[in-house]
Design a protein around this ligand. Sequence first.
Ligand SMILES: [Zn+2]
Ligand SMILES: [Zn+2]
Length: 326
Amino acid sequence: MLLRAPRTPLALADLPLPAPGPGQLRVRVAACGVCRTDLHVADGELPRPKLPLVLGHEVVGRVDALGEGVTRFAPGDRVGIPWLGWTCGVCPACRSGRENLCPSARFTGYDLDGGYAEAAVVDARYAFPLPAGYSDAEAAPLLCAGLIGYRAWAPVREARRLGLYGFGAAAHVVAQLARHAGQEVFAFTRAGDAVAQAFARSLGAAWTGGSEERPPAPLDAAILFAPVGALVPAALAATAPGGTVVCAGIHMSDIPSFPYEKLWGERSIRSVANLTRDDGREFLPLAARLGIHPEVTVFPLEQANEAIRALREGRFTGSAVLTMGC
Ligand SMILES: [Zn+2]
Ligand SMILES: [Zn+2]
């Protein structure tokens, strides 16, 4: 399913089967998650995507061909392909364990063709082995919603009361991590979204409410998954002195100005960007060990536009996943 230009629907297209170059794997895709980032790319909110482009960076499939020099995987292995598709390895960020910030990084489903397809080619060094026990469709959201959620949650894992703004694919994984860590979860959704709030309570949220509401007790930290800049001052106002507000999305509307008093008291605002391979090496086995369970709504590949529309309109809980029927 090809994006030929921003703000146009994806088009079903027949492309030649890609051949893996040196160091690459070709993967027969079984499932690919639909991430909010895909909407930002399709809507032209992120600059300079490869065009035409195959979206999708939560890719689960099986290796079917190896490029020259690949020894890490064998044909038939199940692998996951995440957002981080390539880094330079030599810049200061890469050399200090922060490859997520590499200025030359290439991203799957953005700079490189992704997984809204029957086959994908990936640099073998950036593919992850996937834990058994997850179906292909269930494993897909772990690769971005799970991984980015984990990276956003890691700096606030010690907070006692954790607010989650936007209860979509990432938050529903983070809520499970937080409950395992003994944190109290406060879930903020669009005002009056009873379905999302019931879903959050089913995953152990202690309190649910609209995103402009004040929680019954001050938060020690908050993670913003909703791409709404106005939630930054709202989350700061709900957070106790010393608390941290983490912005986890790749794109957000402008943050309105707010009185310094909301930041005062050693509150901090930070973002998290992309992922490192270490995040994957930590998170994927942890998810399996804790029994983190992604809830998925499955669409066939040809219905990618329908899946995107459903995500945009918040018509399901958990994650949307495309499956390739193979
Ligand atoms: Zn680099
Ligand atoms: Zn994503």
